[in-house]
Design a protein around this ligand. Sequence first.
Ligand code: ADP
Length: 636
Amino acid sequence: MTAEVHKETLDFQAEARQLLRLMIHSLYSNKEIFLRELISNASDACDKLRFEALTDEALFEGESGLRVRVSCDRQARTLTVTDNGIGMSRQEVIDHIGTIAKSGTRQFFESLTGDQAGDLRLIGQFGVGFYSAFIVAERVTLTTRRAGLGPEHGVRWESTGEGSYTLETVPCEHRGTEIVLHLRADEDEFLDGHRLREIIRRYSDSVSLPVEMPVEMPAETPTADEGGAGEWETVNRAAALWARPRKEITAEEYDEFYRHVAHDFEAPLAHVHTQIEGTQSYIALLYLPKRAPFDLWDRERGHGIKLYVRRVFIMEDTERLMPNYLRFVRGVVDSDDLPLNVSREILQHNRQLDVIRGASVKKVLGLLKDMAEGEPEKYQAFWAEFGRVMKEGPAEDYANREQIAKLLRFATTHGESGAQDISLDDYVGRMKEGQDRIYYITAESPLAARNSPHLEIFRKKGIEVLLLSERVDEWMLTGLTEYAGKPLQSVAKGELSLGGLEDAEEKRDLDVVTEEFKGLAERMGTTLAGKVKEVRVTHRLTDSPSCLVVDQDDMGMSLRKLLEATGQKIPANPPILEINPEHPLVKTLKREQDGVRFDDWAHLLFEQAMLSEGGQLEDPAAFVRRMNALLLAPAG
Ligand code: ADP
């Protein structure tokens, strides 16, 4: 087989240059982190090789001691990071290195504000990795060969980060990747061995692979530091952090390790570290990030939880190790009992892994519970970032739904700010005497929820209602039908039943007016046949003349809309129109003799109710015509 030898120039995607410029600008004050990024990538590449070599030892090519090397050349003004890991094929270089912008980049740019602090945060969420090299380098040359391919399959990638890169095939004797940074004029600090050692110890101490530098030569021979002397020494601690005794690990080390595994720029919000010994021995070191990564909603997100078996990296697969609603968790799980030669398929049905996963989920939920109780402000910050994901929990993880439910936070009619900061325990703790349900309303927006006519009677009686207006809420409700023995009840479903909250007198009054307005309700029902299932008198309204409800077991309006938006065909199911006998419009209508006018009013009361639900009118022009006719008509 002949290798492609041609040299070609390829363009980055349109956004790449802008992204790079922004990154260099935003990260400049923290520029030495580029070295951590390159070392983390190198260490990942070695982990991948070690794993692939489990089934194909030839990939080691006789050299199984994996390591990362960092050296500099003061004359050439270059800094070099080399690893003997898995390397990359030509196509992999194009896919992984030539593609800075991942899916969602355009969205990312739209979220930029121009405000430096905010943008720095965003760039952290975006994750810049390899490209952080351009913070200090004016040109970067990457030479790589994938383990297992012949020496003629080396690839050289070079770029100044200005919009294009070149790619050529070069002979490459050693497998793995070498990255040469041609430093910018004022970046001499990265040519200083002491400084480099200091950076490596600070940022890469917990990388489990040795990071080596040339043994320091006496000061008279400064140019010998290219590694030419052949003597290398390990600069970092090179021990798996998670396997060290917990009490010996400092908070800084935990934070730094997080940055390394999660490729995050910020420190984590919290971590939990368990070392279990017994019939099943394993270690889990799990972190909660401070901020949601920009691709949290992207199903094909990259980083997550790394699985190791006796310190050997096996795979990175959050899905197998965490349920979806905890997909933001980062860290490592290291099992002593799994066989080293496991494949993805075997892991899919592995009981030991199920046990580890179950225990890890409990640990994370416990961590969150402690935070919610002990550091409510911190928990609130967590909720603001990940609440929408956590709400997938009750439906996904039925076994843990009680614990998850405790962690949920809501906006309610009692909260002033509209923030989601009220727990179900708060709610239950202040339920009215005689109240036996947890009331909620779902709507398309926070405002529509808060102002819905359905809330009128609840306001009047001071009963708290959960305001649900996120898409995920409907999904959450399928798994959260009760809490602490109290069923959840939509305020827009079924006949209003306030149970013990109503006094006997009110009930009697209602019976009387229902009787009185029965004729009207029936007449309206005939007029609106096909549009509504039934018209009935209600006392759930105090200010509005009418509202729509559905039967207890029917699909709510907002869920219906949600499903219809996804293209599903939902069988038509007309709502019930409820009218407020206290309202002047309804009273007037009761007296209306003119058939045409009655018709118009009846339709208007229905259409108003539809609109305040955020619903679509079937014939908006007819609505406008009717309204105008009635506006112009002399009062009846
Ligand atoms: P990230 O690490 O966040 O995915 P990077 O831009 O740092 O983003 O790297 C992109 C990809 O390039 C990596 O996921 C990996 O597949 C590949 N890569 C980077 N550095 C190396 C390396 N030293 N050896 C092999 N592959 C690498």
